[in-house]
Design a protein around this ligand. Sequence first.
Ligand SMILES: CC(C)(COP(=O)(O)OP(=O)(O)OC[C@H]1O[C@@H](n2cnc3c(N)ncnc32)[C@H](O)[C@@H]1OP(=O)(O)O)[C@@H](O)C(=O)NCCC(=O)NCCS
Length: 195
Amino acid sequence: MAATSGLRFEPIGPEIRDALEEYLNEFRAVDTHGPFDLAEENGFAGVAGYIEFCRLAAGETPPVPGLVRTDALALLRDGRVLGEIRIRHRLTPDLEIDGGHLGYRVRPSERNRGYATAMLREGLARLRALGLERALLTVDGSNAPSLRVVEKCGGVGRDEVPEGSGPLNRRFWIATAPLEGKRGEQGPPGSFQEP
Ligand SMILES: CC(C)(COP(=O)(O)OP(=O)(O)OC[C@H]1O[C@@H](n2cnc3c(N)ncnc32)[C@H](O)[C@@H]1OP(=O)(O)O)[C@@H](O)C(=O)NCCC(=O)NCCS
């Protein structure tokens, strides 16, 4: 587990452009998929496109129909981007199946050091500040590291739902604040309504 001192969160924006570019290049070097996929599929190319896509997503007019208002934060240490988290202000029927309120990603060279856990905790606190008492998380059932991250943050499994042709998605609720006796509390049976 990495020490959390020296970590800071910054909105994905032009202020951290160079650090973002270096981060995105690591994904391009090791994987065909990356944080930029959705932006590039929709014509927002390169680091500048990625920043613009995130800026629009955080506003009232999403860059892609069906996206909800989303804050994109980068986690940095010593000027280096370690990972990022998406904070979605509300759910849609599609997000209830895949996406949930929070999505996170850590650069391949920095995994297993506690950074996703730190980001999920930050995302939960920010949802709390938006007035939500609990967050929905969806995780591909074969994604063992992410399932562990959700477990470490108090996620309580609700159910499993099919998503495309891959493994089932597992869905969890997590209380957005560590309230005594409420952390991980489940919602009403069968309900995935907004908290
Ligand atoms: C999932 C992901 C965000 C985890 O990031 P991370 O910074 O490595 O996560 P953390 O270090 O906070 O925690 C990882 C935990 O999983 C555990 N873990 C790692 N690989 C594992 C495996 N194959 N099986 C079981 N547990 C595993 C680690 O030991 C650690 O648990 P611990 O603290 O109890 O030791 C990262 O792998 C990633 O970016 N993956 C691609 C994008 C993604 O899948 N995002 C999540 C979408 S829901």
